[in-house]
Design a protein around this ligand. Structure first.
Ligand code: ASP
Length: 426
């Protein structure tokens, strides 16, 4: 019998997880059972993915950069990558603004629902505000300063320091190109082997993916707020989802135009990464799988993927930026504020920068949204309005974030002549 494709195994795991939670929800002991006996397997799975994120970036980026042999190639690719990332993010924010201005979801929210939401989620909203406050206190060049670690071991001990690890790896790789070839050779072959080991670890972890997502989805369903709130926020959620859908279509078309890879093929090749992004709500945790899919199933050479994808996971968030634009205008509408054209242009700038500053972990986009709201003069208490549906939307925007990174990596590979024949077929 032919083995079921990985994405189907994952889908089945997800569905079974949801079904189990819906059934157990009817028993008084159901939710404790899932929390105690099912959720830990989901956490173990996410931990295993996160466990290899730092070694993966270190190993593959050092190898990728040193394989380039030529520093000017690296800076050309660097500029192109950043250009594509910023361009697609601005496009995403603009689409978000257009959708939310056309649909006007905030106008349909009743006074009663607004008060109910503000009352129920005020506590959570102020916790997010406090998190954002810490980030806001930083000076204008703080983000740049933070890229250079003072100690590589402490940088590598924290997954949130991804940019610092990237900085060290690129620096190391560049220096490796500059030393005599015979001295560099053993170091390079060490990293070649190191890389293979890490990729094998990704393969092994992915064998557990169906069980991991089963556990993750079951615990998410059990913790979800009541369905009434979903309905109240339906128009808002619809706007975000519509925008996300448009972005994903545009990303696939861009890949098709630049590389001739058919959208259906691209989506199929990336689907396990999409499903994992959906289940974990973290582009950082999904990074090892995104890299594997892009290299093995789309043919992007490691020189490109190892450079473009980790940077993308940290700074390129098309889904998050779109969501921030929609959420900001929605909150303004719900409070009866009319945003001027120039305020909305300001949102394009702040949402673009804010999405760059959002960490690739669950819920990060919402913390940074506070800054977008403050900049546009929208009441920050409005965060409480969108809290109830944030997690499901986070799951969806993470898929778009991942897809954005993969599409830019594929396009850059093509323009750099680094798109080969895939080693595996779907
Ligand atoms: N969860 C998102 C990601 O990891 C970030 C966010 O929008 O909260 O890509």
């Amino acid at each position: 019998m032919k083995k079921l494709a990985l994405h189907w195994q994952i889908v089945i795991g997800m569905v079974l997880g949801i079904v189990l939670a819906l059934i157990l929800n009817n028993f008084s002991w159901g939710s404790t059972f899932i929390t105690n006996w099912v959720k830990p397997f989901g956490n173990i799975f996410i931990n295993a993915l996160k466990l290899i994120a730092v070694p993966l970036i270190l190993g593959s980026l050092i190898k990728g950069v040193s394989d380039l042999k030529d520093i000017s190639k690296l800076s050309k690719m660097g500029f192109k990558t950043i250009g594509f990332y910023i361009g697609t993010t601005i496009l995403a924010v603009s689409i978000g603004l257009i959708t939310v201005n056309l649909v006007k979801p905030g106008k349909s929210i009743t006074e009663e629902t607004r008060t109910e939401l503000l009352d129920s989620y005020a506590g959570e909203a102020s916790a997010k505000k406090a998190d954002a406050e810490k980030q806001r206190e930083a000076g204008p060049l703080q983000a740049l300063e933070d890229v250079v670690p003072e100690n590589i071991f402490s940088a590598a001990s924290e997954n949130s320091n991804m940019l610092q690890v990237i900085f060290f790896s690129v620096f190391f790789g560049v220096a490796l190109i500059m030393i005599p070839e015979n001295v560099a050779a053993p170091v390079k072959s060490f990293f070649d082997g190191f890389n293979e080991v890490i990729l094998k670890m990704v393969d092994i972890i992915m064998l557990a993916a169906p069980i991991g997502v089963f556990a993750l989805l079951a615990s998410l369903v059990i913790e979800a707020p009541s369905a009434d709130l979903f309905v109240a926020l339906g128009m808002y959620a619809f706007c975000v989802l519509l925008g996300l859908f448009l972005i994903i279509v545009i990303q696939a078309i861009l890949v098709w135009v630049f590389t001739k890879i058919k959208p259906s093929h691209f989506m199929k090749a990336m689907s396990p990464a999409h499903l994992l992004g959906f289940s974990t709500s973290s582009s950082a945790a999904t990074l090892p799988v995104t890299m594997e899919r892009v290299e093995e199933y789309l043919g992007v050479r490691r020189e490109v993927s190892s450079f473009v994808l980790p940077i993308g996971a940290t700074i390129n968030m098309d889904g998050t930026s779109l969501y921030q634009a929609v959420a900001a205008v929605f909150i303004a509408q719900a409070f009866g504020l009319d945003l001027s054209f120039s305020t909305q242009l300001g949102i394009i700038v702040t949402a673009t920068l804010a999405s760059i500053g959002s960490a690739a972990v669950p819920g990060a986009g919402m913390v940074i949204l506070v800054i977008v709201l403050a900049q546009a003069g929208i009441p920050e208490a409005g965060l409480a309005l969108i809290f109830a549906v944030d997690r499901p939307l986070d799951m969806c925007r993470t898929v778009v974030n991942i897809n954005g990174d993969a599409s830019v990596a594929t396009i850059i590979a093509k323009t750099e002549n680094q798109l080969g024949t895939p080693t595996r077929s779907i």
